[in-house]
Design a binder for this molecule. Structure first.
Ligand code: OGA
Ligand code: NI
Length: 343
């Protein structure tokens, strides 16, 4: 039987069957990962608001990625959510199979990323992903797994905390652009699409032959990612080089995704990133995405356009953006480029 990615998270030693092996030019070259640069870590418990706004806005302009500490989300809740999601991935595959689908319209699903490689077909990434919405809580809770039994309760509590944190970040980012505090939140819309995408990367016999998650830009607006301590894997591009985002204790990784890059007329950057696998340890990451809904029209905010700063993107509905994202499935996606204006 062909090994599918889905049989994965069973904790048995895994072998790297040919359907995971990337052609040489698509593999990560781990010896070239640059170790003397890193994304900034920002203390959110800073009462000098101007200073905080300026640190956040510089990080968004230069790196598109930063870590936050003293963010107010209880440590113990973060540990519980990581534990319960790990337990989900350790359920017998038959239990996870009820969520397995390649249908894009399904909002709660387990799937594997892949790359389409000429002459080789689909090459699976070394990871399994579980995605579901988490807001508004009352609309989605009953779609969540019944097992592990604490999943729903923990996730609901976690969602509330992350929702409040995202509001705070959006407000600081708006101020950093010289806009009203609620501007970005208003532009992303009254009914944002909010979902999580838990990524489980089992230990991999040879991390240089495969990829956990191929290089991509996040298409949503804003991402708050929780990762396990002590296991790295997330890498971002800084000055053209791949750099590891080492887990900082009790921190979240925050990144600007495409919609805020467009709204900010290119001032805040949605930066290329990827996840590589680990030889000895499994890794879990839990990004929470905040995105517009399909009907929302996105384009550069007018206050950020002038003669020196002409619009860098055209206006579009988020549905158009998603359609373009799905059209590029399996490729190294370049979605925002399709909406860029030339000057
Ligand atoms: C993602 C992502 C990185 C990671 O899910 O979009 O970039 O560390 N994940 O798993
Ligand atoms: Ni991402």
């Amino acid at each position: 039987m062909e090994t599918t990615g889905f049989q994965f998270a069973n904790n048995t030693p895994l072998s790297l069957s040919p359907n995971f092996i990337l052609p040489e030019e698509n593999r990560p070259i781990l010896s070239e990962v640059f170790s003397s640069a890193s994304i900034p870590t920002i203390d959110l418990n800073n009462h000098d608001i101007d200073d905080l706004v300026s640190k956040i806005s510089q990080a968004c302009e230069k790196f598109g990625f930063f870590q936050i500490i003293n963010h107010g989300v209880p440590k113990e809740l973060c540990q519980r959510v990581l534990a319960v999601v790990t337990e989900f991935f350790q359920l017998p595959p038959e239990e996870r199979a009820q969520f397995l689908t390649t249908d894009h319209s399904k909002r709660v699903k387990v799937f594997n990323y892949y790359q389409k490689v000429e002459g080789q077909g689909k090459v699976l990434m070394w990871g399994e992903t579980f995605t579901h919405p988490w807001h508004p809580t009352e609309d989605f809770t009953h779609f969540l797994p019944k097992s592990p039994p604490q999943y729903r309760a923990i996730f609901t509590e976690y969602a509330r905390e992350i929702g409040a944190l995202m509001d705070k970040l959006l407000s600081l980012m708006s101020q950093g652009l010289g806009l009203e505090k609620d501007c970005l939140k208003r532009k992303i819309g009254e009914r944002p699409a909010i979902y999580t995408q838990a990524n489980y990367y089992p230990p991999c016999p040879d991390p240089e032959l495969t990829m956990g998650l191929q290089a991509h830009n996040d298409i949503s607006a804003l991402v708050v990612l929780l990762q396990m301590e002590g296991v790295s894997g997330l890498q971002v591009v800084i000055d053209g080089k791949w750099v590891a985002v080492e887990p900082v204790p009790d921190a979240f990784v925050v990144n600007i995704a495409d919609q805020i890059e467009v709204l900010s007329n290119g001032r805040y950057k949605s930066v290329l990133h990827r996840a590589v696998s680990n030889k000895r340890l499994a890794r879990l990451s839990l990004p929470m995405f905040y995105a517009p809904n399909n009907d929302t029209v996105i384009g550069p905010i007018e206050d950020l356009i002038d003669e020196v700063h002409p619009p860098m993107y055209r206006n579009y509905s988020y549905k158009e953006y998603m359609d373009e994202f799905y059209r590029q499935e399996g490729a190294r996606r370049r979605v925002k480029e399709a909406f860029q204006l030339q000057h």
